[in-house]
Design a protein around this ligand. Structure first.
Ligand SMILES: O=C(O)[C@@H](CO)O[C@H]1O[C@H](CO)[C@@H](O)[C@H](O)[C@@H]1O
Length: 477
């Protein structure tokens, strides 16, 4: 039996329209056409196995048009997870990738909000579920907050790389008004004072839930008399890796306060005791606006392109107020105190993904990142590894997230830091090969942590690491 036949017999085949065939094996190993070679040539088996496992994870986590992040721990459709997972689906089945976004936008609210979780089917394994977000009078099919708006970035990528151009144009036309409504909602509901940057009103909205960036702002939230509750997350994951009880009490306090006004977007900005300018949300939104403008131009919607341009212009100058020159990276801001937060987190590099950093800011960010990488075995830690309260295993307070590695790598490449981008890519690949497809990883040991067989990590493996998918052509800063 030759090596190719031998590999085929041990690697499980998945029946999608792009299943691996014998001739693909060399292409997976050497990646012709890729902008850079990530997968080591001598390690074909591991590479193939990783791809097949990634496909299997998406298939296993598919709930009929949408993908749950991980069984048990996250049994519903999450907003930015789905937008990133769609990039993975696109490598297997373009129709299925578009469907992921359609399902997400099927839950869009009348005011334009696209919720952070959509409760398509009941599940007893997650708290707080629909019964907490809704009420007897107003049952809810979703949460009443949002998440970083990745979807427009995904739509552009799917559209530009589509093999089925006709389908892509049709889906773009259907999704465009929904994307626009969501981005307009960000402007009106989350920047009613016209500052150029949007507010985040709940740590869950930031996607980096218990990042040290929120410590000061969150601990300023008084804990209300809230109904007793039982956390489900601790039944799935060790408590040492999850937010603490005093943080959860505040998450719930905010939820009940928002629910008391039925999540009225005109009131929430003014009444929330937690209001921050989150770098992750603002960087993703900035980049998504570049892509939305590109899509508007593609559809010949000049007036809309101009409107989006106005948001981009305003945000560009406002971003400078988040730059910490001494720290060599960007920082989030507590809007209620007006202070930049003290914590240096991986979100501080995301203005590279946005293309909003200047060349000299990018050089500082690259230098800071290099210093961080030299302190750990596996990058990119979510929190400054030089910090005294760096926790390599606790949720967003140290661990590595592959989706953030993708975003930062994409940004590094756009600014010409190819070697650094390759270093992060190779490191990420090594993490996945050695430790599997998990929610996150310990940057000191590489150990996998959090939820297992995790969808967005699998999607990044398919869409990024196997393709060497660097920066696409989002308009430069
Ligand atoms: O901890 C949780 O229960 C959820 C709440 O939304 O957040 C985490 O999990 C979600 C699902 O992967 C992610 O979207 C978030 O960014 C975060 O990592």
């Amino acid at each position: 039996m030759g090596p190719v036949a031998c590999l085929k017999s041990v690697v499980p085949q998945v029946h999608t329209h792009r299943s691996l065939h014998a001739e693909d094996i060399s292409s997976v190993a050497v990646l012709p056409g890729a902008k850079n070679v990530v997968l080591p040539k001598g390690d074909v088996y591991k590479s193939l196995q990783l791809l097949e496992v990634s496909k299997q994870i998406l298939i296993e986590n598919d709930r009929g048009g949408y993908t749950i992040p991980a069984k048990g721990l996250y049994p519903y459709q999450w907003n930015w997870d789905s937008a990133l997972v769609a990039l993975g689906w696109a490598t297997l089945d373009e129709g299925r990738a578009w469907q992921e976004l359609e399902k997400l936008f099927s839950a869009q609210w009348e005011d334009g909000l696209v919720p952070h979780i959509v409760f398509h089917q009941p599940s007893p394994t997650y708290f707080p579920g629909p019964e907490i977000w809704g009420s007897v009078e107003q049952p809810m099919g979703s949460t009443g907050i949002t998440q970083p708006p990745v979807a427009a970035i995904t739509v552009r990528k799917l559209y530009e790389t589509a093999l089925n151009k006709e389908l892509a144009l049709q889906k773009l036309k259907e999704l465009f008004p929904k994307l626009l409504a969501w981005h307009r909602w960000f402007q009106s509901a989350r920047d009613p004072e016209n500052t150029g940057l949007v507010a985040t009103l709940h740590p869950w909205e930031s996607g980096m839930d218990n990042s040290p960036a929120w410590d000061e702002a969150l601990y300023n939230v008084p804990v209300d008399q809230i109904p007793p509750y039982v956390r489900q997350d601790l039944g799935h994951v060790d408590s040492a890796m999850r937010p603490k009880q005093e943080e959860y009490d505040r998450y719930l306090t905010l939820l009940y306060r928002f629910r008391a006004v039925n999540y009225d977007c005109n009131q929430l900005y003014f009444l929330s005791p937690f209001r921050v300018t989150d770098l992750c949300t603002n960087s993703v939104l900035y980049r998504a606006n570049l892509d939305l403008r590109w899509l508007a131009n593609e559809l010949g919607q000049d007036q809309i392109a101009e409107e989006v341009d106005g948001w981009i212009e305003k945000a560009r100058s406002a971003f400078d107020s988040l730059y910490d020159e001494e720290g060599g990276l960007y920082k989030s801001k507590d809007q209620l105190t007006g202070e930049l937060v003290t914590a240096k987190t991986s979100a501080g590099f995301l203005p590279l993904f946005a293309r909003v950093a200047s060349a000299s800011q990018a050089a500082d960010l690259a230098a800071t990142l290099e210093r961080w990488l030299n302190r750990v075995k596996h990058g990119i830690p979510s929190y400054d590894p030089e910090s005294s309260n760096f926790e390599p295993l606790r949720y967003w307070r140290g661990p590595v997230w592959v989706i953030i590695n993708w975003m930062i790598t994409d940004g590094l490449r756009a600014y010409g830091y190819e070697d650094l981008a390759l270093r992060v890519e190779a490191d990420t690949y090594e993490l996945l090969v050695s430790h599997g497809i998990n929610e996150y990883y310990d940057p000191v040991t590489g150990a996998a942590a959090g939820g297992k067989l995790f969808s967005w990590t699998a999607a990044m493996c398919l869409a990024w690491l196997s393709k060497g998918d660097g920066a696409h052509s989002a308009a430069a800063h």
